[in-house]
Design a protein around this ligand. Structure first.
Ligand code: 4FN
Length: 244
C-alpha cells in the first residue's frame, strides 16, 4: 500500500515509519510512505498557505489552492483515495479500517490552524474520517492512528508472532485481563486457571472475562455483535451473576 500524507509536518510521521511493527513493515516493502508539504505549492514567494477567515473570527484557515496543488501532486503518483482527517468525519471503526486496508493507496490530508477552506472538501476530498470526539491541534496524529489501524490489517505486516490474530478487537470484544511473571505481585496472585495448563478452560475463562468487561464497560459493542452459542451461554451466566 502506498500512503501519502499532505501535511505541514512530515517529520511527525517518523514515529510510525521508523518504529515498531509499522516501521519494520515499511523496511520490508509491505508499504510505502511520502509526505507532501502544501508549502512547496504556495504560489506566492513567501509560501503562504494560510490566511484570515472571511467573516472574521480567531485564527487562520488553510487556503484551498496550495492544498489542492499538493493533492494533485500526490494523485500524480497514485490513484489513492483522498481522506481528510476531520472532526466532522465519520467515526473510524475496525470495519472502516478493514475496508481501507484493501485499497492500493491512501492520500491523507491533515488540517492545521482552524481548518481548511470548505471548497477543498467539495473539489478534492473523497471522504472525511474522525478518530474521536476531542480537540486536537492537527490532523497528523489522527492520520497516524488511521495508518496504524489500517496497516496492521495488511497481510504480512504482523508476523504470526504478533498478537494481531488474537487482537481483542478483532473479535469485537474488549480484551481479557493479561498476566505475566512474577506469579505474586504486591500480594496479588495470577488467577489459578491461567497456570492450570488446561487450554480449553483457559480459553473459556478468557472469553468469559472479555464478555463480562464488554458488558460492563462497553455494552454498545455487544449490541452490534453476533454472539456464538458459547458466548450467549456465558453472557447469560454473567448476567445472572451480576443480578445476584
Ligand atoms: C467536537 C470536537 C470533535 C471536539 C471538535 C469540534 C470542532 C473542532 C475540533 C478540533 O479538534 N479542531 C481542530 C482540528 N481537529 C482535527 O483535525 C480532529 C479533531 C478530532 C478528531 C479528528 N480526527 O481526525 C481529525 C480530527 C485540527 C486543526 C485543524 C482543524 C481540525 C473538535
Amino acid at each position: 500500500m502506498y500512503i501519502q500524507a499532505v501535511t505541514l509536518f512530515g517529520e511527525m510521521f517518523r514515529s510510525i515509519t521508523e518504529h515498531g511493527v509499522t516501521g519494520r513493515a515499511l523496511q520490508r516493502g509491505l508499504w510505502q510512505f511520502d509526505a507532501v508539504n502544501p508549502r512547496q505549492f504556495a504560489d506566492n514567494k513567501l509560501g503562504y498557505i494560510d490566511d484570515r477567515p472571511f467573516g472574521g473570527g480567531p485564527g487562520m484557515i488553510m487556503m484551498a489552492e496550495p492544498l489542492q496543488a499538493a493533492i494533485h501532486a500526490a494523485k500524480s503518483q497514485q490513484n489513492g483515495r483522498v481522506i481528510y482527517l476531520s472532526p466532522q468525519g465519520a467515526p473510524l471503526t475496525h470495519r472502516k479500517a478493514a475496508e481501507l486496508a484493501k485499497l492500493d493507496g491512501l492520500i491523507l490530508v491533515c488540517g492545521r490552524y482552524e481548518g481548511i477552506d470548505e471548497r477543498l472538501l467539495t473539489s478534492s476530498i473523497d471522504e472525511e474520517i474522525s478518530i474521536g470526539d476531542f480537540v486536537v491541534s492537527g490532523g497528523e496524529l489522527p492520520a497516524m492512528m488511521l495508518m496504524d489501524a489500517v496497516l496492521r490489517l495488511i497481510p504480512g505486516v504482523l508476523g504470526d508472532a504478533d498478537s494481531a490474530g488474537q487482537d481483542s478487537f478483532a473479535n469485537g470484544l474488549l480484551d481479557c485481563p493479561h498476566y505475566t511473571r512474577p506469579i505474586e505481585f504486591q500480594g496479588m496472585a495470577v488467577p489459578a486457571v491461567l497456570r492450570s495448563g488446561n487450554h480449553a478452560l483457559i480459553a473459556e475463562w478468557r472469553l468469559e472475562q472479555a464478555l463480562r468487561r464488554t458488558l460492563l464497560r462497553r455494552p454498545d459493542l455487544l449490541a452490534e455483535r453476533e454472539l456464538t452459542p458459547e458466548e450467549s451461554r456465558l453472557l447469560r451466566k454473567i448476567r445472572q451473576e451480576e443480578r445476584d
